[in-house]
Design a protein around this ligand. Structure first.
Ligand SMILES: Cc1cc2nc3c(=O)[nH]c(=O)nc-3n(C[C@H](O)[C@H](O)[C@H](O)COP(=O)(O)O)c2cc1C
Length: 377
């Protein structure tokens, strides 16, 4: 049986407990993608708050791949200093941290990047910004971008990297028939649709070596018409583990999946928690590496139950740690009340305004009771 608060490992990465902060776009970088002081404070609070592993919000590996404003960058060597500040701060606070490597593809913010959107296959779009179908040279450039980003991550002191293959962004688009209609070796069956992912994992391994922790975040299913399905996701996961992946974080949904998006609302009862638990059971039978499960984890009992029954090896959380950075320490110290997060997704809005994510609901509640909880950065 897995002890919730005992030491375990993902490859060479030793972790003090089984709780992970799932990648969460912070919106706390500057215009050049370097962390602002608020970013560092947030990471320190998470590390002190007891979570075993922090995964940063998505960091773009190449300039046209930026998804959101004030997003962390890892696309150039001059990002190194800022990235090093993050790892140094987290390590000094006793934490471990992995950086999430990402490219938004079709969903890139062309208004910010000023570049064409890279697409797997041309898409109908309300957005008039130009699309560029990825050609042979583009595929090579992508491999180079991910490998170089992983190399920067290692040099900057990250404890590993996670490649973002979920939620409808570029590598999720390759996996999904809704986005991928290619006729070359990168389209067609799931073996072909997961080819670029395996090549990226190989290129990363060539750069950082075989012992550097390499995680992926993968959709169990897309919940869109013609999207990735569970059996295909399981097949893709198996292929990627064969390509050298150390752990799979299971998620689901895309940014266009409506109420079945990755961050579902109204998680207000234990049976609504861990909303990919069934898919996790499926995946479990297919992959032998550690499985991280994200999506609606809110109570200690449900989390501990999933670990005990072997449905997952690690429990990942995003929104609950925005509201309570110290949730895991609270649980460890014996206060086992569920996370206070009400899953209303109001945390996104301030980040789009340049103020970084925070729990708007907690702030409103505190304001009603006359407390000032936060000063503008
Ligand atoms: C503000 C916010 C930003 C997010 N940014 C990312 C991201 O950068 N990368 C990613 O893989 N998922 C991202 N997610 C999704 C979460 O990691 C997670 O999969 C989802 O919210 C479900 O988990 P939860 O119920 O614990 O919040 C984000 C979610 C939120 C609320």
């Amino acid at each position: 049986m897995k002890e919730v608060f005992s030491v375990s490992a993902i490859g060479s990465l030793e972790l003090k407990n089984r709780f992970v902060r799932s990648a969460t776009w912070e919106g706390m970088a500057d215009e050049a993608g370097r962390p602002r002081p608020q970013y560092l404070e947030t990471m320190i609070a998470l590390a002190r708050g007891g979570v075993g592993l922090i995964i940063t919000g998505h960091a773009f590996v190449s300039p046209e791949g930026q998804a959101t404003p004030w997003q962390l960058a890892i696309d150039r060597d001059d990002c190194r200093e800022g990235l090093q500040e993050i790892t140094a701060a987290v390590h000094a606070a006793g934490g471990k941290i992995v950086v999430q490597l990402a490219h938004a593809g079709f969903f890139a913010a062309a208004g910010i990047t000023g570049r064409d959107r890279l697409v797997v296959s041309p898409q109908e779009s309300q957005d008039p910004s130009p699309q560029k179908e990825i050609d042979k040279q583009g595929l090579q450039e992508l491999l180079g971008a991910y490998a170089a980003a992983a190399g920067r991550a290692r040099k900057a002191g990250f404890d590993g990297v996670q490649v973002h293959m979920a939620h409808g962004y570029l590598l999720s688009q390759f996996l999904s028939p809704a986005f991928n209609r290619r006729r070359d070796g990168y389209g067609g069956d799931i073996h072909n649709r997961s080819r670029i992912h395996r090549e990226i994992c190989g290129a990363i391994r060539d750069t950082v070596g075989k012992d550097y922790p390499l995680l992926i975040k993968l959709n169990a299913q897309d919940f869109i018409e013609n999207g990735l399905t569970v059996p295909e996701a399981a097949a893709a996961a198996r292929l990627m583990v064969d390509a050298g992946v150390d752990a799979v974080e299971l998620s689901g949904g895309t940014i266009i999946s409506g109420r079945l998006s990755p961050s579902r609302t109204k998680i207000n009862a234990p049976e609504k928690e861990a909303y990919f638990r069934e898919e996790a059971r499926w995946l479990r039978e297919n992959v032998q590496v550690p499985l991280l499960l994200v999506g609606g984890n809110r109570s200690y009992e449900v989390a501990a139950g999933l670990l005990a029954e072997g449905a997952a090896d690690y429990i990942s959380l995003s929104r609950p740690l925005i509201r309570e950075a110290d949730l895991i320490r609270r649980w460890e110290e014996g206060d086992r009340r569920p996370a206070a997060c009400v899953s209303d997704n109001l945390c996104f809005a301030p980040a789009f305004e340049g103020r970084g994510i925070y729990c708007v609901t907690a702030e409103r509640k505190a304001a009603r009771s006359g407390k000032i909880v936060r000063e503008e950065p």
